[in-house]
Design a protein around this ligand. Structure first.
Ligand code: PEP
Ligand code: MG
Length: 764
């Protein structure tokens, strides 16, 4: 692509991103493309799925009155051909083609050459972009790639418009209470009915929700105060920069101050407030409008001012947020909505009042989701099209089994989901009987079930649900809840609680596993490729002072209880474990000397998360006492698929044959070396996969407390002989979806239908 084309591309993309409506985006696109490619016509047809027609939505060159009126059947004409084939159609003499459809309303017969490019989003055709010329000509490869690049951008804009309801231009206009559904990825199961509470990061204009002002005069006053303090801030910046910037470089400050004049931005913002918006939402609307205007300007200098305008908006917003003391109470049916919600932000809230969580980013095994699952909160993540800013205080249903979110649901659907909730309560009641049972198969094989902990609530629920010990204590969770690294004594007290609640039972404490998606609020690790970066043991070995404080705290906490086991996360190489063993020995001797007591030497294990470990079990077995599979990370690294990326969530599956085969071999290897091996990733907490793990021969399974009873029930119902047969069957299959359905079928036909999520689906 030439530099000129790249420039044009950049410009179009910038303008589209700044435009306020889908119509504007499409118009910008057709005008610029026609100009840049010197073609007579550029048109965009969008697929109206309900009526199965391509509607002409924008055109430069065809008769303007045709726009919005002319449409083609889904299989009709060259446009239909592009959509059907999902590929480019490039013709020098289109009217000669047998699929050419003559549309008299458009004046199309004049044009000979035709280049049509499908607009694809997530493997689906959303529309077709067409350029046409009077002169017969073959469009070049460069022209094709130019349009392909643009269409990829356009697809995101259209998907977003669909999501917020704009695409209803095909039909009736939308209102604020339109019923809409969104699809994401199921995080933690369950269903909830409630009202949305949008959580947004501070001073970020793009995520400020629309909200009605509770008291208009109060909002006007808040705005006045905010504007006054931003003015002050800018004046003092100007003074501070007098010596270091030339006067023309400081001109920006006077531009800012002029924008803050009462009859400039503030008066526009106030208009929105008087119309009923809260001040923060009004600021967002006005700044957005001006950004769109600036972005269309021809002058490069003025276009570049967009970032200054954003800066000014952020400053006003920061002042408003500082003054905002109206932190709303969470009512018991609150559904938290956000782009991303961190574990720390979640646990800071009164969790009993959180009915569900929905985020536009993230994927099923992110850290926040694991914590939400432990807390039993239905969670849907990766709802990429969620129009977050429009959802505040809106009624919704979250079906976390299907990963679906219903906004402004109709009464019939609400009723149906209330019934589902009742069924859920019934299932939970039935499961209660499993609190006191052991997980023993009908043919007499016992599989001890352990609990994964982090928060105190996991410990309480784990004990109540009869866990045989703690299979994974995620020690980073208490680190996340603080404002600095906790000291040795602080840690000792935390660990003691865990160990003493499970006195006489093993407690496997994992050393600090931060990095990747497990960020500490006070120690952020910014990396390009964080999943492959400085995380887990890689981090703690570089910080022996942090590592040692933790080990010493664990050892001290275990005095007299003797149930401490230590587990190392993200192990890649034997040498790392050798280093740890050296540090451990040193700390073990030192703590005993200091405390003048004998401390039982803890058993040491490693997590099998990095595939390299799979091939060196014999070497590791010489150094450690046990193995524990972190199937969340192992799946991520075996399949090379980011566990947090919603775009590839469909590729991430612990039913992938490679995962199953790797685990089967791993168990054999560990047992050859007489080392116990367990699974503590989410795979162990899914009844379908738990049965396979049991058949493979894992010694124990460890899971979130919210899954223990379900898995125990499954084990009590599935004879080992059947489980082995199922394992044999699925090891010969190569499609994760087929494997899952195979297992589901068995469950449904053997009295375990309520363990199968898809059985509780509601179609809407
Ligand atoms: C895992 O990776 O499976 C695991 C248990 O660790 P975490 O989810 O905390 O990374
Ligand atoms: Mg892990």
């Amino acid at each position: 692509m030439s530099n000129m084309q790249l420039d044009t591309l950049r410009r179009i993309v910038q303008e589209i991103n700044a435009s306020v409506s889908l119509h504007d985006s499409l118009d910008i696109m057709v005008n610029h493309v026609a100009e840049a490619m010197h073609v007579d016509v550029c048109s965009i047809y969008l697929l109206d799925e309900r009526n199965k027609r391509y509607v002409l939505m924008a055109s430069k060159g065809l008769k303007p009155e045709a726009v919005g009126h002319v449409s083609l059947n889904i299989g009709e004409g060259l446009v239909g051909l592009v959509g059907q084939r999902e590929e480019i159609v490039n013709l020098d003499n289109a009217p000669k083609h047998d699929r050419f459809a003559y549309l008299p309303e458009t004046g199309e017969e004049l044009f000979n050459s035709f280049l049509g490019v499908p607009v694809m989003y997530r493997r689906k055709v959303m529309g077709v972009l067409v350029v046409q010329n009077k002169e017969p000509q073959d469009f070049s490869e460069a022209a094709e790639s130019f349009l392909v690049t643009l269409c990829a951008q356009l697809s995101g804009v259209i998907a977003h418009a669909h999501a917020v309801g704009n695409i209803d231009v095909f039909r009736k206009p939308t209102s604020g209470s339109t019923y809409k559904t969104f699809q994401g990825v199921s995080g933690a199961g369950g269903v909830a009915l409630g009202r949305a509470i949008v959580l947004y990061p501070p001073a970020d204009l793009t995520v400020i929700p629309d909200r009605e002002a509770e008291d208009i005069s109060e909002e006007l006053e808040l705005l006045d105060q905010a504007i006054a303090s931003v003015r002050k801030e800018i004046q003092s910046l100007d003074e501070k920069m007098q010596d270091s910037l030339m006067s023309e470089e400081r001109a920006l400050f006077s531009v800012f101050l002029r924008m803050l004049d009462e009859n400039a931005l503030p008066s526009e913002i106030k208009d929105h407030i008087r119309a009923g918006s809260w001040a923060q939402g009004a600021v967002r609307k006005v700044i957005d409008k001006h950004i769109a205007l600036f972005a269309q300007m021809e002058d490069d200098y003025l276009r570049e001012r967009v970032s200054d305008l954003k800066d000014l908006g952020r400053r006003i917003l920061a002042c408003l947020q500082e003054a905002d003391s109206s932190h709303r109470e969470l009512s018991p049916d609150s559904i938290l909505i956000g782009e991303e919600i961190s574990t720390a932000a979640l646990v800071e809230l009164p969790v009993d009042n959180i009915a569900a969580i929905v985020t536009s980013e993230g994927a099923a095994n992110s850290h926040m989701v694991i914590v939400a699952r432990a807390l039993g909160i239905p969670t849907v993540v990766g709802v990429t099209e969620l129009p977050i800013t429009t959802l505040d205080d809106i009624e919704m249903i979250v079906d976390a089994y299907q990963g679906r979110v219903f906004v402004n649901p109709p009464r019939r659907l609400r009723q149906r989901y209330k019934e589902v909730q009742k069924e859920e309560e019934q299932i939970a009641k039935d499961l209660k009987q499993y609190e006191t049972k052991d997980a023993i198969t009908p043919d007499g094989v016992s599989i001890p079930l352990f609990v994964n902990t982090g928060l105190m609530i996991d410990v309480v629920r784990g004990v109540q649900r009869g866990a045989k010990g703690v299979g994974l204590y995620r020690s980073e969770i208490p680190f996340m809840l603080r404002e600095r690294f906790p000291g040795e004594e602080e840690q000792r007290a935390i660990y003691r609680q865990q160990l003493s609640h499970f006195a006489n039972k093993p407690v496997i404490m994992r050393t600090l596993d931060i990095g990747a998606d497990k960020d500490l609020p006070y120690f952020s690790i910014e990396e390009e490729n964080s999943a492959l970066g400085w995380r887990g043991l890689r981090f703690t070995l570089d910080h022996p002072e942090i590592f040692s404080a933790q080990i010493r705290a664990m050892l001290k906490a275990s005095i007299g209880l003797n149930n401490l086991h230590i587990l190392l996360p993200m192990v890649t190489s034997v040498s790392e474990v050798e280093e740890v063993l050296y540090l451990l020995e040193r700390d073990w001797i030192a703590v005993q000397e200091e405390e003048q007591v004998k401390i039982t030497r803890p058993k040491i294990g490693i997590m099998v998360e990095v595939p390299s470990v799979l091939f060196q079990i014999s070497e590791f077995a010489e150094l450690v006492d046990f193995f524990s599979v972190g199937s969340n990370d192992l799946t991520q690294y075996l399949l090379a698929v980011d566990r947090n990326n919603p775009h590839v969530a469909n590729v991430y599956s612990h039913f992938h044959p490679s995962v199953l085969r790797a685990l089967s071999r791993l168990v054999e290897d560990c047992h050859i070396h007489q080392k116990p091996v367990s699974v503590c990733g989410e795979m162990a907490g899914d009844p379908l996969s738990a049965i396979l793990l049991m058949a493979m021969g894992f010694n124990t399974l460890s899971m979130s407390s919210s899954n223990i009873l379900r898995v125990r029930k499954a084990i009590c119902h599935v004879p080992m002989a059947d489980a082995k047969q199922l394992l044999d069957n699925v090891l010969q299959m190569n499609n994760p979806l087929v494997i899952k359905s195979w297992l589901e079928h068995y469950f449904k036909t053997h009295g375990l239908a309520d363990m199968v999520k898809s059985n509780r689906l509601v179609s809407a």
